[in-house]
Design a protein around this ligand. Structure first.
Ligand code: A3P
Length: 268
């Protein structure tokens, strides 16, 4: 059985931090012989970038075709590749996966497969992560598990010519959800009607997801996690939280790590 549990036994392995119990070095290594199928879809994010939101959109798009997975929850319908919840080789196609892994730990054979990379401005990302981490009962101090936000993006971005990656941002989704649903549908090779697109948009709105037990991740026992995955869902909450010095520190690291890419983030 699979348990939602974030212990504080962080392990650094092959330049990546993860929580032992969720994944093990042996399992991560075994992904090197994982057999990818042409129809597999991978949603890749650095945590707290809007992962469960994009999951809900992708699942809803596939469900329009009658690809209705018998599983109940989104974490079962589109499981994390690195957290083995069942025998993935036995899953029917198309298999939908989520992952926070860096490129170098992903299975080989990703070329031409559908990969969606979702990112969020790093100030809102760190604030969301802070609230998330603070809500775990067994963590004394909030921790950021999976290595650096900036390195994660840099590595995936550097692979853009090698792989078939659709880059999306959380801010795009906030500002034009319908546009993103259309873009995603066409990337996934679907051509839904206008009404079907509206249906996906409706299912993916913050308020709808918050009230949908299959999508809101509220099944995690409260004594382990007292927070909400669907917390505020806005652009710019960092302004209420970060000090000027903290905000400047993010600007500085962003410049050092990704400055050459001249990324244009929406900050508010
Ligand atoms: P906040 O903590 O800023 O509210 P992840 O899924 O990667 O853990 O990301 C969680 C963040 O995505 C949370 O941000 C959450 O509120 C936001 N989110 C999830 N679903 C959303 C939706 N439908 N609309 C807007 N934001 C959403």
């Amino acid at each position: 059985t699979y348990q939602f549990f974030l212990g504080d036994r962080l392990c650094r392995y092959k330049n990546y931090n993860f929580v032992v119990g969720h994944a093990t070095p042996e399992y991560i290594d075994s992904l090197q012989s994982f057999e990818i199928r042409d129809s597999d879809v991978f949603l890749v994010t650095y945590p707290k970038s809007g992962t469960i939101w994009a999951q809900q959109i992708i699942i809803s798009i596939y469900e329009l075709d009658g690809h209705v997975n018998k599983d109940s929850f989104n974490w079962q319908k589109m499981p994390w590749l690195e957290y083995k919840i069942c025998e993935y080789a036995l899953r029917p196609s198309p298999r939908l996966f989520t992952s926070h892994l860096p490129v170098h730990l992903m299975p080989p054979g990703l070329k031409d497969k559908k990969i969606v990379y979702l990112m969020r401005n790093p100030k809102d990302n760190v604030v969301s992560y802070y609230h998330f981490s603070k809500a775990f009962a067994d963590l004394d101090t909030p921790k950021i598990a999976p290595s650096s936000f900036f390195d994660h993006f840099r590595e995936w971005h550097s692979s853009r010519d090698q792989y078939n990656i659709l880059f999306l941002t959380y801010e795009d989704m906030i500002m034009d959800l319908k546009g993103v649903v259309k873009k995603l549908s066409s990337f996934l090779g679907k051509n839904p009607t206008e009404a079907a697109i509206d249906q996906v948009v409706e299912k993916s709105k913050f308020a709808t997801m918050k009230n949908n037990p299959k999508a809101n991740y509220e099944q995690i026992p409260r004594e382990k996690f007292s927070g909400k995955f669907l917390r505020k869902g806005q652009i710019g909450d960092w302004k209420n939280t970060l000090t000027v010095a903290q905000s400047e520190r993010v600007d500085q690291i962003l410049q050092e790590k990704l400055g050459d890419l001249s990324l244009k983030f929406i900050w508010e």
